[in-house]
Each structure stands twice: as structure tokens, then as C-alpha cells.
Design a binder for this molecule. Sequence first.
Ligand code: NDP
Length: 262
Amino acid sequence: MTSSPAIPTITLNNGVEIPQIGFGVFQVPNAETEAAVTAALEAGYRSIDTAAVYGNEQGVGRAIAKSGLPRDELFITSKLWNSDQGANAPRAFEETLVKLGLDQLDLYLIHWPTPARNLYLQSWEALEDIAARGLSRAIGVSNFLPVHLDHIVGLGGTVPALNQIELHPALQQRELVAANDAHGIATEAWSPLAQGAMLTNPVIVELARAVGRTPAQVILRWHLQEGRIIIPKSVTPARIAENIALFDFELDSAAIEAIATL
Ligand code: NDP
């Protein structure tokens, strides 16, 4: 196991610190997840993002157990699936803990607001109870629009620590990030690489050539310099390592502005 590089952290609104880069496992089959997460932990990632609906919490749990890393060096996130919103939320959370083999999460999110179900406020109160019982160090949301954030904050209880949203150079989500900021909610970018779609963009390719890095590293470094939390996914060990080798170069302001125009 290599020693972990110094990964910056972001302090959430309840004081909990989250590593600015974590490892996502969406679409990784359960049987392949242990190997992918093990490669990530060996490359220095300490934050892992899974979800009940990914069907791979057990694979994540096996990799955590096998790593022998102290629990307090890891930051584990999972998410409440849509069909478990409302009265089922506490039971769904317990199942997530069992599958991961953990007695506490670092972050638990409502995966989607699914406003047609009209259960996200009730679900939020269930997450507040989970946090109050010390079973998750922080709680938050995912894919929430400003109107959903307003409703949750309007309950007058816990403000979500974080909103995990799709965000990459082709979808910069400035209004949604401003709404998160206004509430003191951290922004975490899912599909930070646009699932690979931006890696051949000519602006990105040229910036990568200029700094002697890969297109993926340029995009991920842009996110970091914008102050966001990112959770890139790969099942390819060389890419897993490449995607966290971001702390020995910098993009200048002209590069940041060029990406802003995409
Ligand atoms: P990403 O933007 O992280 O892109 C992943 C894709 O890019 C994979 O096909 C991967 O290929 C490829 N890739 C990764 N690194 C490189 C590289 N260095 N060079 C070339 N190709 C590369 O997409 P995801 O959609 O997976 O998003 C990341 C994470 O965000 C998810 O895993 C999940 O944890 C979270 N997420 C959350 C959602 C939500 O609703 N809350 C929705 C979607 C994602 P390969 O694996 O073959 O190497």
C-alpha cells in the first residue's frame, strides 16, 4: 500500500472534513468492485462514493476490510435509493451499513429528490435522525435543484452538508452551484470527466499538451482549482492512479478561463 499523497480536504458545514477527491464506483459490477476499490486505496484515494442502487456496496466493504486501513482514515459515502424514500429510509440505511460491513458512514445522501413521490422532506427527517444517532457523520443530497434545497432548508432543521450534482466542463451548473453556496452547501461533481466525453475536446487536449499532462488530469485539476469535490471513476489501474496525480501542477488563469467558455 503506497502512502497517501496529501489530498486537500473541504470542511463541510458541520465541521466534518471530506477529501477533495474520492473514487466513484457507479456501473462497476459488484464482483469487480473489490479490485477497483483496492487499486484506488493503493493509489492513495481514501474517499469512496457508492450507492445502494449501484449494487456494489458489498464489494466496497470487502476492499475496505481487506485494506487494513484504520477506519478514521477513510471517508465512505452511500445513498438512499428512490424506492426506499420515506418510511423505508431507516431500514435501507441499515442494509447499506450491513453490506458495507461498517457501523457508521461518513456521508449519507438522498440520491434523487424525485419530487413526484413527495417523500424527500420525510426522507430528510430520517437522515437527520441517522445523523443524530451518530450513524453518519454528515448527511446531504444529490441531484437537488434550488427549489428542493429551499424546501429542505425551509424545514428549519439540518442544512444538507453537500449536494452531489452532475458537473463537468460541458455542464458547468453555475446557477445550481450558486444556490448551494448561498445555503452553505458544498458542491460535489459527479461524472467529473463527463464519462470520458470531454477527453478529446480540442481546448482540453491543447491545455493538456501545454502543461504536459493528460486531458483527464486537466479536467480534474480544473475542478479542484474551482474548489469542488470530485469523485472520478475508473476500473483501469493506470487511470485510477493518473486521476489522483493532480497535486504537482497548476492551471493558470488563462487555462481556467478557456475551460469556463466550453
Ligand atoms: P466519470 O466522469 O468519472 O467518467 C468515468 C469514465 O471515464 C469511465 O468510462 C472511465 O473508463 C473513463 N475514464 C476515467 N478516467 C480516465 C482517464 N484518466 N482517461 C480516460 N478515460 C478515463 O463518470 P461517472 O459517471 O462514473 O461519475 C463518477 C462517479 O460519480 C460515479 O462513479 C458515481 O460514484 C458518481 N455518480 C453519481 C450520480 C448521482 O446521481 N449521484 C450519477 C452518476 C455518477 P474505465 O472505467 O473503463 O477506465
